[in-house]
Design a protein. Structure first.
Length: 283
């Protein structure tokens, strides 16, 4: 969220309709209270006017071990309404010396109360499923990186106000086909990151996935392997409503001076995949 008041007006004219505002591990000084969040929200919403909305706010740290991050979750949940945000997203955190399966008690201790708070404030919690370089046995920052883990998590904290911040990319890093994954888990998807991936199958077949080199490259939508027409069709057929917010700054080609070129192409591609602009039926 820090710096968004300078950045958002520079890109708003490209046609973005919604934004997710995020924090890394902790909230900035002055924004780490509910009142501070509400004051910033008022300023940002005034900047956006009727051109775009804030769909989600988030904090990406380790609330299982870092009390500052956990308190940041509380602050964002309590202030989400001021932003007009429907979701608060982030990492679950982890206990680095325990496997994903052995972390469920701690997950419940942290996110049971946070989920109740989300219920009370009418927002939903969404977990990005990035593995952050961790594994099942040695997680790093986040345990929400496999469907098996999701099953355990949502059996530990049972609520319609807790779910997934889903994107094709992180499925593909684990060689999971995102489309059947989405069909199964659509009921727990609360927010979507617009980020794709390209799998280098030649490298996988030649060297495997433990070669110490990338075999999956994160891509901006429109440049990856996923057909987002199918993604959006699955969403529509299941009555899903929400935002797809492009997560930039990862594409190995459309980066540096081409970053915004790639993001705006991704934006226009996603609009095309949803069928273009809404057209009202004749009466």
């Amino acid at each position: 969220m820090e710096g968004c008041e300078d950045y958002l007006p520079q890109i708003l004219g490209h046609g973005f309709e919604s934004f997710q505002l995020t924090n890394w591990a902790k909230l900035a000084e002055g924004q780490d209270t509910v009142d501070g969040q509400k004051e910033q929200a008022a300023r940002v919403k005034d900047l956006l006017g009727d051109q775009a909305v804030i769909s989600s706010i988030g904090i990406y740290g380790n609330p299982m071990t870092d009390e500052v991050t956990r308190l940041g979750w509380e602050t964002l949940i309590q202030s989400a309404g001021a932003w007009g945000a429907t979701t608060v997203c982030g990492f679950t955190g982890c206990l680095p010396d325990k496997s994903v399966g052995d972390t469920m008690d701690r997950f419940g201790e942290v996110f049971g109360p946070l989920t109740k708070m989300a219920e009370d404030h009418g927002v939903k919690i969404g977990f990005e499923n990035c593995d952050m370089g961790g594994t099942w046995d040695k997680p790093n920052w986040n345990i929400a990186h496999s469907p098996r883990g999701w099953e355990m998590m949502f059996n530990t904290v049972v609520s319609d106000h807790i779910g997934l911040e889903w994107e094709p990319c992180h499925q593909m890093v684990s060689l999971v086909d995102p489309l059947p994954n989405l069909r199964k888990w659509i009921g727990k998807v609360v927010h979507i990151h617009g980020k794709d991936a390209t799998i280098d199958w030649d490298k996988v077949k030649r060297e495997g996935i433990r070669c110490g080199e990338y075999f999956v490259h994160h891509r901006t939508p429109g440049f990856g392997d996923t057909n987002w027409r199918d993604v959006i069709s699955i969403l529509r057929m299941n009555g899903w409503t929400g935002s797809i917010d492009i997560e930039g700054w990862h594409d190995p080609v459309y980066r540096d001076e081409l970053e915004m070129t790639g993001q705006v192409h991704g934006l226009n591609y996603l609009k095309w995949c949803r069928g273009g602009e809404f057209v009202e039926n004749p009466s």
